[in-house]
Design a protein around this ligand. Structure first.
Ligand SMILES: *[C@@H]1O[C@H](CO)[C@@H](O)[C@H](O)[C@H]1NC(C)=O
Length: 242
């Protein structure tokens, strides 16, 4: 009886961590399960082999004011192409990545049930994003909240002036962490560390190993607690408390 219970628990634990390594969040455009796509558009094509996005989503991700979120990148004049490419990449990463499991959280929002929180970004990706946007303008620090949506797309609210990017975000860290209300965590880790997530990559998706690293790090304590509990249970049953 104990044997089968333990087996069941072990199987459940195993399945749960497997899912976290390869899953899609419950949000606006994500597929239910990740899988092969094959024809993802331009900057999203690195996810062809395994993706939470559809081809349609990736085409839309490259357009201004696309039907995805009606989001207007050009709220303080036209955003430069070199800056915009990072927002396209960020959208590909958000919509397509099947390896965000360790950082997915439930949220109470009308347009999604889950979000990402504190995804550790590689230093290079955060810095090139900030460097390429340095000469652009924006009127808000957190782009998730507080826009004027009356026109159907986001416009700067009345009290918000367009300012130099560097006045709004003095550092790369402040931009990466604040722009999507802590979806990303700034790190000093480099791509070769294998411990940070990459927005930009080619070839095999390097982020699976990173997610695996963080899952194992977290589950260590769970496994220990689990073993201690089992030991206590068997001891107490032997001395007749059960
Ligand atoms: C994607 O799908 C939406 C909704 O069905 C549609 O309105 C849009 O035109 C499609 N976009 C592309 C590029 O096929």
């Amino acid at each position: 009886m104990w044997g089968s219970l333990i087996l069941l628990l072990a199987l459940t634990c195993g399945t749960l961590s497997l899912d976290k390594l390869n899953m899609c969040m419950d949000a606006k455009h994500h597929k239910t399960l990740p899988g092969v796509e094959g024809k993802l558009y331009k900057q999203c094509s690195p996810w062809n082999d395994n993706a939470c996005c559809t081809a349609n989503t990736t085409t839309e991700a490259h357009d201004d004011n696309s039907y995805l979120y009606n989001f207007n990148w050009n709220h303080c004049g036209t955003m430069s192409d070199k800056c915009k490419q990072h927002f396209v990449q960020d959208t590909c990463f958000y919509e397509c990545s099947p390896h965000l499991g360790p950082w997915i959280q439930k949220v109470d929002q009308s347009w999604r049930k889950e979000r990402i929180l504190d995804v550790p970004l590689c230093k290079e990706d955060c810095h090139t994003w900030w460097d390429d946007c340095k000469d652009d303008l924006t009127c808000k620090t957190d782009w998730h909240y507080g826009w004027d949506w009356k026109s159907g797309t986001n416009q700067c609210p009345q009290n918000a002036q367009c300012k130099k990017w560097t006045d709004v975000y003095p550092t790369a860290k402040s931009m990466c962490e604040q722009i999507w209300s802590k979806s990303y965590l700034y790190t000093e880790l480099t791509k070769e560390s294998g411990k940070c997530m990459q927005l930009w990559f080619s070839g095999t998706n390097p982020n699976k190993k990173v997610a695996e690293y963080y899952l194992n790090k977290g589950s260590g304590t769970h496994h220990n607690l689990f073993l201690v509990t089992l030991l206590l249970l068997s001891v107490t049953s032997h001395i007749g408390l059960f």
